[in-house]
Design a protein around this ligand. Structure first.
Ligand code: GCU
Length: 426
């Protein structure tokens, strides 16, 4: 008996291991264009009842319909602006960065009470200007203090992923100051007359699968959580909107020219924030990939099934219904791009970032073009995927840069040129 049951256990183990191995073998990312399943994209200009959108008034209705669809099936629905939102400026240094910048830090509390969630917003504004400045707003991955070695930046005490320089036991140490500065060319941004505002995304919601028990979820969620409840991307996007609430009150910032930007998972976040909130004058997606700028239906590189498996806390539960069933989605990501219309939007891809499907990121821009045109603007001027390092700046901007998954000075230069093209003198 014992031998038998032991044998049974052994056999079960072997079978499980084989199954796991087969599973592992089964899922290889596809990078072969010829293996893309046949798909038809839903039309951004056809309402759910089949009516064609023919003018800007009808687009307003379609826009609301699309937002509701993305809320229901992809990102989940976030709560509205909280009544108890508070801003406390705890730093105002007029001569930061060797006199080049005015530095401000503001605590944004999302609710009342000592334990309520909130975030620190760090701002650098050019010290030379006398009028309110256009400002880039973005979340960061490692804490505000990692954006620049400036010792005046408050060191984050929030949970942070291990593996980043200077992070020990999920906490930032002094050694992590400036660790991400390469991705924040503050001198360039200031010299060209722009401000930078940034907050740590983990202040809003720590980026791990915690059962939605911490961050803003602990404060605002209902129990039970519905299948369309907001998840982490929607929470981070909500945080960007709360930062915008603050920026609107800051006399040194031009609130009509706040540009929301993000890289990778935070690029997905910036796109969703920009879609929901028309106060953002421009939207920038840097290498955002699956669930961001890339078309889900191409199922190349990262797929809906894979992202839901790897990051079960990013999207609402309903999104898992589309694992390996991308064609059933009532939306696709070209509609997310279209939700920025007629505001300028920029999508950037990188050559070695195949996981994010660079071509699929471009195709989303191309298929958002009819909405931009309907609204009387240029959309995406390129009809074919542009060559490497040949940016296209229509009302929709796009580039496919040499190199890997990253934010580089080249990317920033394009964003600033693009902002100048659309807003200089306005
Ligand atoms: C992973 C994930 C991507 C995401 C990226 C990032 O690679 O699969 O979807 O964009 O992390 O945020 O860095």
């Amino acid at each position: 008996m014992i031998v038998h049951s032991r044998l049974g256990i052994t056999l079960t183990l072997v079978c499980t291991m084989n199954a796991a191995h087969a599973e592992e073998k089964k899922w290889e990312p596809n990078y072969d264009e010829s293996k893309i399943p046949a798909y038809t994209l839903p039309d951004p200009l056809v309402m759910d009842d089949g009516t064609t959108v023919e003018d800007p008034q009808q687009w307003v209705k379609r826009r609301n319909e699309l937002i509701a669809l993305f809320e229901q099936h992809v990102y989940g629905k976030a709560p509205r602006k909280p009544d108890d939102l508070r801003f406390k400026q705890f730093d105002h240094t007029p001569d930061a960065l060797d006199g080049k910048a005015v530095r401000k830090q503001i605590r944004i509390d999302f609710a009342k009470g000592a334990d309520a969630p909130g975030m620190d917003l760090l701002m650098y504004l050019p010290s030379k200007t006398t009028k309110p400045v256009p400002t880039f707003l973005l979340l960061n991955f490692q804490g505000n203090h990692a954006v620049n070695p400036d010792p005046g930046i408050r060191l984050s005490t929030s949970w942070v992923r291990d593996g980043y320089p200077g992070v020990e036991n999920n906490h930032s140490t002094e050694a992590s100051r400036g660790a991400a500065s390469r991705r924040f060319p503050i001198d360039m941004i200031l010299e060209r007359g722009y401000g930078l505002a940034t907050a740590y995304y983990g202040d809003i919601d720590p980026d791990y699968d915690d059962g939605f028990n911490n961050g803003v979820h602990a404060q605002f969620d209902t129990d039970p959580r519905p299948d369309n409840a907001w998840a982490s991307i929607a929470a981070w996007a909500w945080g960007l909107r709360r930062a915008m609430d603050y920026l609107e009150t800051d006399n040194d910032v031009d609130p009509k020219h706040v540009f929301v930007m993000g890289h990778s998972r935070l690029g997905k976040t910036a796109l969703w924030a920009g879609a929901l909130d028309e106060r953002f004058a421009m939207v920038i997606s840097n290498n955002s990939g699956c669930g961001g700028a890339a078309l889900c239906r191409r199922a190349i590189g990262e797929t809906v099934g894979k992202i839901n498996q790897l990051f079960p806390h990013w999207f609402c539960k309903n999104f898992t219904r589309y694992n390996e069933r991308e064609n059933d989605l009532p939306v696709d990501q070209h509609m997310l791009i279209a939700l920025a219309a007629p505001r300028p939007i920029y999508v950037a891809s990188a050559e070695k970032d195949r996981w994010a499907d660079p071509k699929g990121e471009f195709l989303s821009c191309l298929h958002a073009d009819p909405v931009y045109r309907l609204l009387g603007t240029t959309g995406m001027p390129a009809k074919r995927w542009p060559a490497l390092d040949e940016p296209v700046h229509g009302r929709i901007g796009y580039h496919y840069r040499t190199g890997g998954h990253d934010v580089t000075d080249y990317d920033w230069q394009q964003y600033i040129d693009f902002a100048e093209k659309h807003f200089q003198g306005k």
